[in-house]
Ligand binder design. Structure first.
Ligand SMILES: Cc1cc2nc3c(=O)[nH]c(=O)nc-3n(C[C@H](O)[C@H](O)[C@H](O)COP(=O)(O)OP(=O)(O)OC[C@H]3O[C@@H](n4cnc5c(N)ncnc54)[C@H](O)[C@@H]3O)c2cc1C
Length: 392
């Protein structure tokens, strides 16, 4: 016998849980069906950077709406998300100065607190950084990072308090469609019925989508991360995306610094492939680059490393919207940057489902069918792809 719900959310990552939370807040009874456990996918491995600097306006708008949750989490959601304001610096190579200045103007129009700093200004707020190669950088004093597992767990608690149900060890294996409308799913734990189904299955969303007869061009992004113990002379530091060195880093608890690289990802490994270990020489490359930006890190020591995987689309931007049978929605393909967007994405998807259109931010540009039409999303003042293979 089938269990009946108002909506079925596939996947207990931060996107699926946020969507379920917002649907439940509006009075629906959704069920979240998770193949493994909460945070098993990208969410549990995420670096958790929370910043608004994007070259595509709709992403900055989603990040800014989400930021209203992160900085006010206990009132808006309840529990904690581990947000820590560190200040955020975005460094671009010298030939991107015009783009960066225009992007900062766009962010300021949205209302985001941000400005362009000179290399000297950067040195004043972060004397531990090597700045002789920095002529300009974008600065967001309010930004920082949050804890993705605390975020996902507190969203889940809040969703359950509003009536959502969570079932783990429950793999979706089939779709039920009647007269062009979704009616439910088959799973490893029996059948579930609902007139609305949201595919938020992360790197596995392409395979899940095939069950509904909807093909999406979803590859994967496999990303290595290293933690370094900081020397005593660097008690803390900013959160930084340093695209001139193709790297990002942020402080972490326990005097650690998290470092990862933009040009060292493994693109399009099978979603099912074991995550294994970080790539050969990754740790050496990451340490070399962090020492190039923070010379005192030479005195640091290696702590640990890990690997995570997210879904990657051809334009490295999310897939969000209705496609295929009536009642079927996708919220996936976040291409390594979905954590900081997740509160607003869940809100906008709930608006799309319940009001026919998202009002908080217009997410129509993330239309799943754009690739079929030969369209790709591109920043208004484009920096190019963030993620590159080691060889490209
Ligand atoms: C190493 C790393 C660092 C990152 N750093 C940042 C960052 O600093 N800032 C930022 O904003 N973003 C970052 N991201 C990206 C961000 O974490 C992801 O975009 C986001 O977590 C995606 O969430 P999700 O819910 O879409 O997917 P996931 O968290 O992957 O969740 C999908 C879930 O679906 C489940 N599932 C799959 N198939 C099925 C099925 N058939 N039946 C039932 N369940 C199924 C999976 O088990 C999984 O739990 C990073 C990602 C990684 C991997």
């Amino acid at each position: 016998m089938s269990q009946n719900f108002d909506a079925i959310v596939i996947g207990a990552g931060v996107i699926g849980i946020s969507t379920a939370f917002h649907l439940a807040e509006r009075g629906l009874k959704p069920v979240i069906l998770e193949r493994k456990e909460i945070g098993y996918g990208a969410t549990g491995k995420s670096s958790g950077l929370v910043r608004m600097h994007y070259d595509l306006e709709v992403e900055s708008r989603l990040a800014w709406e989400s930021f209203q949750y992160f900085r006010n989490w206990s009132e808006r959601v309840g529990g904690e998300c581990g947000f820590r304001r560190t200040g955020f610096l975005h460094i671009e190579p010298a030939d991107h100065e015009t783009q960066l200045r225009k992007n900062v103007q766009m962010h300021q129009r949205i209302g985001i607190p941000t400005e362009v700093l000179s290399g000297n200004d950067v040195k004043k707020i972060a004397p531990y950084l090597r700045t002789d190669d920095i002529a300009f950088a974008a600065y967001e004093p309010e930004s920082g990072y949050a804890d993705p597992m605390l975020t996902a767990n507190s969203l889940l608690t809040a969703a359950k308090e509003c009536g959502a149900v969570y079932i783990q060890d429950c793999e979706i294996t089939g779709a039920q469609i009647s007269n062009g409308k979704v009616t439910g799913v088959q799973t490893s734990r029996g059948d579930f019925s609902a007139p609305i189904i949201i595919n938020a299955a992360g790197a596995w969303a392409g395979k899940v989508s095939e069950l509904f007869g909807v093909s999406i061009p979803l590859g994967t992004w496999t990303h290595d991360v290293v933690h370094i113990r900081r020397p005593a002379q660097i008690p803390d530091h900013l959160t930084v995306i340093d695209s001139s060195l193709s790297m990002y880093f942020r402080p972490d608890s326990g005097n650690l610094t998290l470092v990862a690289l933009e040009d060292d990802s493994r693109l399009d490994e099978p979603a099912e492939k074991d995550l294994g270990y970080v790539a050969k020489d990754f740790v050496e490359r990451a340490i070399e680059r962090i020492c190039a930006r923070i010379p005192a890190m030479e005195e640091g020591s290696l702590h640990s490393s890990h690997v995570g995987r997210d879904g990657l689309t051809p334009d490295q931007r999310a897939i969000i919207g209705q496609a295929g049978p009536e009642g079927y929605f996708l919220a996936t393909g976040f291409s390594g940057t979905g954590f900081k967007l997740s509160p607003a994405v869940g809100l906008c998807v709930s608006e799309l489902i319940l009001d026919g259109k998202s009002k908080t931010v217009d997410i129509s540009g993330f239309d799943p069918m754009r690739f079929e039409r030969g369209e790709q999303l591109k920043g208004e003042n484009d920096y190019g792809f963030i993620w590159r293979n080691a060889s490209t």
